[in-house]
Design a protein around this ligand. Structure first.
Ligand SMILES: [Zn+2]
Length: 263
């Protein structure tokens, strides 16, 4: 009797396992999960990685000189339209906003990066990366405090700008403080967000705080998600120190290490 009971139990167990197998539950689940995700067009990785000339693209425009500190700066058209509205609203309150850097492609960023890497540019804290730091990874981590590896910069996208001054102190007193306070209150109304806020539990990784860097979210949010989905550390190459990108985890820590409000 005990034996028959045991056999029956085994048969039932076997049937149960088979029935689990015969229902294609595993193959159904990912499809259902995929269906729930918002549709994301495949990224143009050359664009995401800055491998193009903004002057040749129809969706980019040169910034009129009155809004920038020089000729030859470009932005995505929608971002510039919004910037003009925002800066004119600020001007009514006596606040001056000037773009000091906008779109920077891979080659431009490579120039910035390699001048720091080779010690041609001394960092703002006095560090000569070429002579003061020995290991490749450490050299890169030092430059990454304020500068992106070529192919990972938000400036590649034509959606991000640097305004007025490249130091936080400027924004902590006088005219700079007035501008920064205005931006904290009003920039979001025009779609702009500060991606590089101070490090803390909410933002443990990424570039140091940059009160001068602002991003036009209606365009850059999608690009951030595309970079998250398709840009891999292994793709980051073609400049001095690039071999450290994988070990550092540049995409996760720097490309995605932004203020959550900008995601
Ligand atoms: Zn910037």
């Amino acid at each position: 009797m005990k034996f028959y009971f045991y056999i029956s139990f085994c048969v039932i167990l076997f049937m149960h396992c088979k029935s689990e197998e015969s229902i294609p539950a595993k193959s159904k689940l990912p499809q259902e999960m995929k269906a729930k995700k918002p549709k994301l067009p495949a990224a143009d990785l050359k664009y995401i990685m800055g491998k193009y000339d903004p002057a040749t693209r129809k969706d980019f425009v040169e910034i009129p000189e009155k809004y920038a500190d020089r000729k030859g700066l470009y932005l995505r058209k929608r971002a510039l339209d919004s910037f003009i509205k925002m800066s004119e609203a600020a001007a009514e309150k006596g606040i001056k906003m000037q773009i000091k850097s906008a779109t920077r492609n891979f080659d431009y960023q490579k120039g910035i990066w390699e001048r720091k890497y080779t010690g041609t540019t001394i960092l703002s804290d006095g560090t000569n990366v070429a002579t003061d730091i020995k290991e490749i990874k450490d050299k890169c981590l030092k430059i990454l405090e304020y500068s992106s590896m070529p192919s990972t910069s938000r400036h590649h996208w034509g959606t991000d700008i640097d305004i007025n001054a490249f130091n936080n102190e400027y924004f902590e007193a006088g005219e700079g403080k007035k501008l920064y306070t205005w931006m904290l209150t009003h920039a979001a109304d025009y779609g702009w967000c500060q991606p590089y806020t101070p490090h803390g539990p909410e933002r443990p990784h990424g570039y140091f705080e940059e009160k001068w860097h602002w991003s036009y979210m209606p365009l850059s949010q999608t690009l951030t998600r595309q970079a998250e989905a398709e840009l891999k550390d292994e793709m980051i190459k073609g400049f001095m120190g690039a071999e450290a990108a994988v070990e550092i985890g540049v995409v996760e820590k720097y490309v995605l290490g932004i203020n959550k409000a900008c995601r």
